[in-house]
Design a protein around this ligand. Structure first.
Ligand SMILES: *Cc1c(COP(=O)(O)O)cnc(C)c1O
Length: 464
């Protein structure tokens, strides 16, 4: 399999080159040249596999430059850290199916990709005798999943900036109680925007970036999308076993990463098997306006009780745009120029009709989110986290359309105890992974919101 850029400006890459490049050098996003299709025979073989075995099969469609035995080891190690034997169990709850994606070490779905990506980075670096220093900013979930993905790994150090005192207490503790020598938590005396601005400025200093082998693990890495494709196919297979031939998915979306993985799964399985994907957003509804009105225009970011979806510019959107614009890199480049100039893209009726063959979309308010957590709990006894509740609320709209509805549960409710308690009257039960969190030793450095201070810290602690 070869990989290309949505902007057409790179020579085709191998899978390994794709992983190490992350963002394409021409500023675009990297995609496989084609999506393999599968037939009934393959699906009936896949239906007998465990989750890691299935992941290995799906990855093999996209990876041809890593020996199968090595890939197998990476996959099995990645999912050995999960606390459920099925990795991503699909459970029937009331009128819908919940696909629990929160059984990894940080209790959010990002572990599914980052546990694998951490091992993959280590493998590729050892192979090349190279080193990497990962630098990133987080307001919560991504940072802790990245830290758990690379803790204790060889040839990688990780520096994650978070706004001091402005991350939820559970999320701050999840990060700062990781005491491995290769993990550096930097609590910045400022806001999340300050953290992001510092990271951006450091990456823009190309000499510094090269000298300290800086790398990123953001959601634009193709390997992350690829890892997420697996659970859509997994859930589809579980329902096919029960005699269902088609399944709807409802996906709480921020950066368009998770739902793009659903789109890839649909390209592999065929639209008759996944007739529609429900794109659920919170009050930050740029993607809902795109699907429903053909209006992709920047709004202001609103803080909500589902903070991991408080996003306006969806970093993976360009991947879908490439397909929507006829896989024409010139049109993608033009569109992205218009967007960066005017903060808006408009789509005509013909394009909009095609978007709506792939997606339906609903924006869910915070009031509706709380209401959904409360009523779902009253009716089924099942506690939803606020992100999952956004997806469930939207997914309920598909109930009368003839196929089962699978709602992706992207976080464990115990990660968001305040919002959940407000809805159901008491905080959710803490799973073992969070027990005694407050008593564990911590490792964190507090720094001012100052580029120079962060650069000095990185320079002193980077692997060279
Ligand atoms: C990151 C995240 C999302 C959104 O996923 P995208 O890939 O950005 O669409 C939803 N829920 C939770 C809990 C997350 O951490």
């Amino acid at each position: 399999m070869r990989y290309i850029s949505t902007r057409g400006g790179i020579t085709p890459l191998s899978f390994k080159e794709t992983v190490l490049m992350g963002l394409a050098e021409d500023g675009g996003l990297i995609l496989p040249e084609a999506y393999p299709a599968v037939d009934e025979e393959v699906l009936s073989f896949w239906s007998r596999l465990s989750y890691p075995e299935l992941a290995l099969e799906v990855f093999s469609l996209f990876v041809d430059d890593i020996p199968l035995e090595d890939l197998r080891k990476l996959v099995f190690q990645a999912y050995a850290t999960f606390d459920h034997p099925e990795i991503c169990p699909l459970v029937r709850v009331g009128p819908v199916f919940i696909l629990e994606l929160f059984h990894g070490p940080t209790l959010a779905f990002k572990d599914i990709a980052l546990q694998f990506l951490g091992g993959l980075f280590e493998y590729l670096l050892l192979e090349r005798g190279a080193r990497m220093n990962i630098l990133g900013a987080t307001s919560g979930d991504t940072g802790s999943a990245a830290i758990y993905g690379v803790r204790g790994r060889k040839n990688i150090n990780i520096f994650i900036l978070h706004p001091h005192g402005r991350v939820s207490p559970v999320q701050a503790l999840q990060m700062t109680t990781v005491t491995d020598a290769n993990v550096f938590n930097l609590a910045i005396e400022g806001t999340f925007d300050d953290c992001q601005a510092i990271v951006k400025a450091i990456f823009e200093d190309l000499a510094f970036k090269r000298r300290y082998h800086l790398g990123a693990v953001n959601s634009i890495n193709w390997a992350r999308v690829m890892a997420q494709v697996v659970y859509y196919i997994w859930a589809w297979l579980r329902l096919a076993e029960k005699g269902q031939s088609a399944v709807f998915f409802s996906v709480p979306t921020g950066n368009f990463g998770d739902i793009f993985a659903g789109y890839v799964a649909r390209r592999i399985l065929g639209r008759e098997r996944i007739p529609l994907l429900m794109l659920a957003t919170n009050e930050n509804d740029i993607l809902t306006r795109f699907v429903n009105q053909g209006d992709y225009s920047l709004g202001k970011v609103v803080s909500t009780i589902s903070p991991s979806m408080d996003i306006q510019v969806a970093s993976n959107f360009e991947r879908y745009l490439y397909h929507l614009l006829g896989e024409d890199p010139i049109r993608v480049r033009e569109a992205m120029e218009v967007f960066s100039r005017e903060g808006r893209l408009r789509f005509g009726p013909e394009e909009l009709a095609r978007v709506r063959e792939d997606f339906a979309s609903v924006s869910v308010s915070q009031e509706e989110t709380r209401e959904t957590i409360a009523s779902f709990y009253q009716e089924t006894g099942y506690v939803l986290d606020p992100h999952t509740a956004v997806g469930v609320r939207a997914g309920l709209r598909l109930l009368d359309r003839g196929h089962p509805v699978v709602c992706l549960a992207t976080a464990h409710p115990a990660k968001f105890p305040e919002a959940v308690a407000e809805a159901i009257g008491h905080p959710p039960r803490r799973p073992p992974a969070l027990e005694g969190l407050e008593e564990r030793p911590r490792r964190v450095t507090i720094l001012p919101a100052d580029i120079k201070a962060v650069k000095e810290f990185v320079a002193q602690n980077a692997l060279l």
